[in-house]
Design a protein around this ligand. Structure first.
Ligand SMILES: *Cc1c(COP(=O)(O)O)cnc(C)c1O
Length: 217
């Protein structure tokens, strides 16, 4: 099923929109099957799961961190990931920057936006994003390449449209500022039940799990 699901999703994506296969709770074999069917980016929520899957899949795909990353896991994350989509604190950004410096590499990052301003949720508040990104722009081993948002939990994709739109508008605003060392290239929004709406609102990275791998246990 994984193979058919991947092919169907890829076929339906407009040009310029990339699929991130959200792999949390899946086995390395399932992840490999998705890659062999055409997935080029794997999204992981946990460093340890990424390490396990990486041993099997290695560099046959790019690896994106899409879950909350703790600063004390930055070193391990830097050893695997090509992009960290969930930077939302200076402390975390500095930990990644430092780990990259030690590893002799740089890291592409997205800034996670708390687009619905939910108190308990991760992400930078939309009104704080410009100042936050200006601060990140001075870190030599990190390159901000766009924004990511989850939006509130909702069973109805249309309910998410305003939050995708807010994030897209912020993306355009930051792009226009032409901040040095910042490139607004990627806008990561939308999951299995909302990616169509997210693409309509400008997403060019969509993170899909259930529609590829089936329901999680
Ligand atoms: C699980 C997850 C997804 C994918 O969710 P599905 O509804 O299974 O497609 C996307 N993004 C993040 C950050 C996730 O944790």
């Amino acid at each position: 099923m994984i193979r058919e699901n991947v092919k169907k999703i890829l076929k339906g994506l407009p040009d310029g929109v990339q699929l991130v296969a959200a792999a949390k709770t899946r086995t390395p074999e399932e992840v490999l099957e998705a890659v062999e069917a055409g997935v080029t980016i794997i999204g992981e929520n946990y460093v340890q799961e990424a390490e396990t899957a990486f041993k099997v899949v290695e560099h046959r795909a790019k690896w994106h961190m899409i879950g909350h990353l703790q600063s004390n896991k930055a070193k391990k994350a830097v050893a695997i990931f090509d992009m960290i989509e969930t930077v939302d604190s200076i402390r975390l950004a500095k930990a990644i920057n430092n780990a990259c410096k030690n590893a002799g590499r740089s890291m592409s990052v997205l800034v996670e936006i708390n687009s619905a301003k939910e108190k308990q949720k991760a992400g930078v508040m939309p009104e704080d994003a410009v100042v936050f990104i200006k601060e990140l722009s001075s870190l030599d081993f990190i390159h901000v390449e766009g924004l990511m948002t989850m939006g509130p939990f909702s069973v109805n994709a249309e309910d998410l449209r305003p939050y995708f739109r807010i994030t897209r508008e912020l993306f355009e605003k930051i792009k226009a500022l032409e901040i040095p060392n910042v490139n607004m290239t990627y806008l990561s929004m939308g999951m299995s039940d909302s990616y169509i709406v997210a693409i309509e609102e400008g997403a060019n990275l969509v993170r899909i799990g259930t529609r590829i791998f089936g329901k999680r246990q």
